[in-house]
Design a protein around this ligand. Structure first.
Ligand code: GTP
Ligand code: MG
Length: 221
């Protein structure tokens, strides 16, 4: 090796083994995201068939880039080995489900978490308990088996479920305020929460209209 001391050799070994195992590591997260995407698209299609109603507006997924994983590793002081990363970074694979109405977000959460081939590790309800800036979403962390040739490998996936209005707010909030890294000045926080309240008002109003027009509450079925 190019290193003479044993510490240098260790660094070299680590870099070498990382280069060997990283593609498979990343692939597992992509497979896990695909598994969850399939589940969501089945729920969506079946719900439409049963109720002539589609509670899901759109679904997107992403796998964090190795650079972005590394940034989080450094920021959080996580051991830079794949086992520690696997155990500590829960949003390497992320799915975002945008629903029509608030009730739909809970409906999707409950049907998804009821599936017994996945393990629910955490549910955070930022709709009932919004963040101080007004952020609203349901956050779900689950573990799903990915069946490789060697057998099943459990992989963690983060699922965010929110309404179109909540998604509109969150997307723009991120675009406008990402530079503060969570430390948004107080006077701006107030405006932000005002905007979040406006989004909530819109959600409730549209839900009322939907119920009024369709006579009964399809979400309650
Ligand atoms: P990270 O923020 O990912 O380090 O994890 P955490 O432990 O703080 O989890 P949390 O559930 O608070 O947030 C996870 C993800 O939700 C974030 O990565 C964002 O995608 C999203 N999120 C959380 N808070 C906000 C927010 O205030 N604004 C926006 N736009 N997105 C948020
Ligand atoms: Mg956060």
């Amino acid at each position: 090796t190019e290193f003479s001391n044993s510490n240098g050799a260790m660094v070299y070994d680590f870099a070498h083994s990382l280069r060997q195992s990283l593609p498979k590591f990343m692939m597992e997260y992509r497979f896990a995201a695909d598994e969850v995407l399939t589940k969501v698209s089945i729920l969506r299609e079946e719900f439409l068939y049963l109720h002539k109603y589609n509670p899901i507006e759109h679904v997107s997924s992403r796998v964090k880039s190795p650079e972005s994983i590394l940034r989080k590793v450094v920021k959080r002081g996580i051991n830079p080995d794949l086992a520690s990363i696997r155990a500590n970074i829960t949003d390497i694979a992320g799915i975002r489900i945008t629903c029509s109405f608030i009730k739909d977000t809970y409906k999707v959460l409950h049907t998804l978490t009821a599936q017994n081939d996945l393990k629910v590790l955490q549910i955070k309800d930022y709709i009932k308990h919004p963040k101080p800036n007004g952020y609203k979403s349901l956050h779900l962390i689950l573990e799903i088996p990915v069946f490789l040739s060697e057998g099943p490998v459990p992989v963690i996936v983060e699922v965010q479920i929110r309404t179109i209005a909540q998604d509109f707010w969150a997307s723009l909030e991120h675009k406008i305020f990402y530079k503060y890294e969570g430390d948004v000045p107080e006077h701006l926080v107030e405006e932000l929460t005002d905007a979040a309240n406006a989004a909530e008002k819109l959600d409730l109003q549209m839900q009322r209209l939907h119920t009024a027009v369709h006579g009964h509450d399809v979400n309650a079925e």
